[in-house]
Ligand binder design. Structure first.
Ligand SMILES: *Cc1c(COP(=O)(O)O)cnc(C)c1O
Length: 360
């Protein structure tokens, strides 16, 4: 008898049309498409990680709570270790948060924004609802709050600086959103993946606003995208709930150790961050001086711009010149491209290539 099992009948209907995340990988190109740190990992820090590695670590399970790393992060962000959960990248923590607080409910996002809020909300069984940003990409607070008080809304995701637009949501606006949520059961999740490039974090607000969760990562400023280390900062009651839901061994021993050593040596990375911020200024200015490019202000390590030519064509021609950037999609960012701020050599190659394409 043949097996009549039908995958398309068995799969959850609400995730049937998800598409796997599988970006094209181009060999030997200048990679300005994923907002990674463009500088070499500092050899001094690498050596310290190597010195601390020990074969006897490998047969044992990792610390499920990553307590040494939580202590190091707590010291870095100025809270207690009880206010921290470490995760396998902040992507994992987005899924864990929605699984803990949002399943069966509604999750608000502010389009255009980071795509994983939508994907992970769906996987966790929540429905997302987009509240479009204003034309200058600021948050439409009145509309956001009007939607947040609607029955069934469990969480709001807000990215600052926002990927892909680059603008921040100022502290006063974050506070008015928190105040506006006062009579709801709705969490505010602030994604500060790029905050090291922008200045002031909102982490200190967690002591006043229990509904606030701040997401951070080692992937963008701290050169550890390959090791997958993210964390959340929140009131300890929220942390206790998330600890019940997260997988016990979500963060491996090696990543826990490397992230600790990175924080211990953070001055190396703070130097790199300074250089990247300086390059961002140079690049934004150069882009602004090009006829045929509209450039949007950024406080992150990437810049959004709109070419006069079709974005897809510009993207393809840059790739043919060995430079990979990102096409962004969405009504509000129609025909836009996002370029990561690289090192000076990479940025010069990008600007030269773009000039030839736009002016040629
Ligand atoms: C890159 C990015 C993340 C993912 O970070 P990981 O810690 O590598 O999972 C989260 N949020 C935003 C807005 C990002 O751009």
């Amino acid at each position: 008898m043949s097996d009549e099992f039908k995958v398309e009948r068995a799969i959850r209907k609400d995730i049937q049309d998800l598409v796997p995340y599988s970006p094209e990988v181009y060999e030997g190109v200048i990679k300005l498409d994923a907002n990674e740190n463009p500088y070499d990992f500092p050899p001094e820090v690498m050596n310290e990680i190597k010195d601390m590695l020990n074969g006897s670590m490998l047969p044992r399970y990792p610390d499920p709570q990553a307590n040494l790393l939580r202590e190091a992060i707590a010291d870095y962000v100025g809270v207690a270790p009880e206010n921290i959960v470490a995760g396998n990248g902040s992507d994992e923590l987005i899924l864990t948060l929605v699984s803990t607080f949002g399943s069966d409910g509604r999750v608000l996002i502010t389009d255009p924004t980071f795509s994983m809020y939508k994907v992970n909300s769906r996987i966790a069984g929540a429905v997302t609802f987009g509240v479009p940003r204003n034309p200058d990409f600021s948050v439409d607070i009145d509309n956001l709050l009007a939607e947040a008080v609607t029955y069934g809304t469990k969480m709001v995701f807000l990215c600052t600086p926002n990927n892909p637009t680059g603008n921040i949501t100022p502290r006063e606006e974050i506070i008015s959103i928190l105040e506006g949520l006062a009579d709801t059961d709705c969490l505010l999740v602030l994604d500060e993946a790029y905050i090291e490039y922008a200045g002031a974090s909102s982490v200190s607000l967690i002591s006043k606003y229990k509904r606030l969760v701040v997401l951070r990562t080692f992937s963008k400023a701290f050169g550890l995208a390959g090791l997958r280390v993210g964390y959340m900062v929140a009131d300890s009651e929220i942390i206790d709930e998330v600890m019940k839901v997260k997988q016990p061994y979500n963060l491996n021993t090696f990543s826990q150790l490397a992230a600790r050593v990175v924080l211990k040596n953070r001055e190396f990375f703070q130097e790199q961050i300074k250089k990247i911020v300086k390059e961002r200024g140079r690049m934004a200015k150069a882009l602004g001086e090009l006829d045929g490019i509209e450039v949007f202000p950024s406080e992150a390590n990437f810049i959004l711009f709109r070419p006069i030519k079709p974005a897809k064509q510009v993207w393809e021609e840059l790739l043919a010149k060995g430079i990979s950037i990102r096409i962004v999609s969405g009504f509000e960012v129609f025909n836009c491209l996002r370029v990561t701020v690289g090192n000076p050599r990479e940025n010069a190659a990008f600007l030269t290539g773009l000039k030839e394409i736009i002016c040629g």
